[in-house]
Design a protein around this ligand. Structure first.
Ligand code: NAD
Ligand code: GLY
Length: 372
């Protein structure tokens, strides 16, 4: 991997017919007016950000958008998964209406996955749909959440339960924005990078293993490759199955267990990526119990998740009936059908399958994972 400080801009295209768009990946993109040229014509832009990201990047994005719009407004939301709610969504609508934003107004999501998911949902529903652009500032958002058009807010009874499929017009990934990311958030994003290997590309898993220290050190060339390859894999999957009628569910490797951890611990206690990291190991372990992969594969994944600074021991959610609590939470997962939990399992390295598993076996995996 060359250690150059001047990386060129790379592009990944999402092919979805008239909803196709481009992901730009590079350094300094957030400050460059060119990054935002050629979007649908409009007089007004509204940037959605949060109380952490806005002080760092809002003024800079405003300056980059100024040549393209007569008015650039902003709304700053409270920060955190706990605020991925109707109340926060309404703050976006309040701002849009207070500023008399018309149906051509372009929304810009400046932040991580929480801001991106909420801005996308607001764009999908304001005046029945306005254009929006993702400007993701976390690793997780650059490699996953900003791409593919899933938008949502949480409900107290389930994560991401209220939402819409709605594609952005463009995704602009500025690698320099990752410099200010707290270390815990960097690790959380790497969970979503790691997941792409076992489900689609073992050569990428090899590459991550070789470069995990460079990624943890935020070497721009390593980050650029991780973001680009992750986006390519996601683009390929989303291009085949935009609305998750089948294949797209493989992108949820580790998420069935992960969502149970997030909900069971209370949103925000474990970061999404931390829960997914632990969930990757749990799902691999379940795959091994079903005879789909060997123990060495589970250990390989466990070690990588650990090297990425992520938890590999699952939390106890209920001292009296831990497996029961996990199973109850997982039944609320969107992949469940008629109460049967569907897991994304590894069916041989580089290949994923979505299927159920006996509760007793899942309970064994949970018990093992909580003491591992
Ligand atoms: P996040 O949006 O909460 O961001 C993490 C933290 O980092 C926040 O405190 C944020 O303010 C801060 N932050 C963001 N950028 C920063 C920067 N450059 N410098 C300093 N601090 C910065 O969390 P996330 O991990 O980005 O996203 C998680 C969310 O994404 C979850 O709600 C999850 O459900 C969602 N998600 C969605 C999809 C999808 O396909 N839509 C996929 C995966 C995850
Ligand atoms: N992050 C899972 C998906 O986009 O489908």
């Amino acid at each position: 991997m060359p250690k150059t400080s001047h990386l060129s801009i790379e592009h990944v295209d999402i092919a979805l017919g008239d909803r196709s768009y481009r992901i730009a990946i590079g350094r300094g993109l957030l400050d460059a007016a060119d990054s935002f040229a050629g979007l649908p014509a409009a007089s007004t832009a509204l940037i959605v950000s949060n109380t952490t990201v806005a002080p760092l990047y809002l003024a800079r994005l405003c300056a980059a958008l100024a040549p393209h719009y007569r008015q650039v407004h902003s709304v700053v939301l409270p920060d955190g998964e706990a605020f991925k709610t109707w109340e926060s969504l309404n703050l976006i609508f309040d701002a849009l209406l207070a500023k008399a934003c018309d149906r051509k107004t372009v929304l810009f999501a400046l932040g991580g996955g929480v801001v991106g998911d909420m801005t996308g949902f607001a764009a999908a529903s304001y005046m029945r749909g306005v254009p929006f652009v993702q400007v993701p500032t976390t690793v997780l958002a650059q490699v996953d959440s900003s791409v593919g058009g899933k938008t949502a807010i949480n409900h107290p009874l389930g994560k991401n339960m209220i939402g819409a499929f709605y594609q952005p017009q463009r995704v602009v990934c500025d690698l320099d924005a990752l410099k200010t990311l707290p270390p815990r958030e960097l690790s959380a994003g790497l969970a979503e990078v790691i997941k792409y290997g076992p489900i689609a590309d073992m050569a990428f898993l090899d590459w991550i293993e070789t470069n995990i220290d460079a990624l943890m050190a935020r070497e721009p060339a390593a980050l650029a490759h991780a973001v680009r390859r992750s986006c390519e894999i996601k683009a390929d999957v989303v291009g085949q199955d935009e609305r998750e009628s089948g294949l797209r569910a493989i992108l949820n490797f580790g998420h069935t267990f992960g969502h149970a951890i997030e909900a069971g611990m209370g949103y925000g206690a474990w970061l999404h990526g931390e829960a997914v990291g632990c969930g990757l190991v749990m799902a691999a372990r379940l795959s091994q119990r079903l005879g789909l992969v060997d123990e060495a594969f589970v250990e390989r994944l466990r070690r990588l998740v650990l090297r990425a600074g992520l938890p590999v021991v699952a939390p106890v959610l209920d001292a009296a009936d831990n497996a029961g609590r996990y199973l109850a939470l997982m039944r609320v997962d969107k992949k469940s059908e008629a109460g049967e939990i569907k897991f994304v399992l590894i069916d041989g390295p580089g290949r994923a399958v979505v299927r159920g598993a006996p509760d007793a076996l899942v309970a064994e995996v949970i018990a093992e994972s909580c003491r591992a």
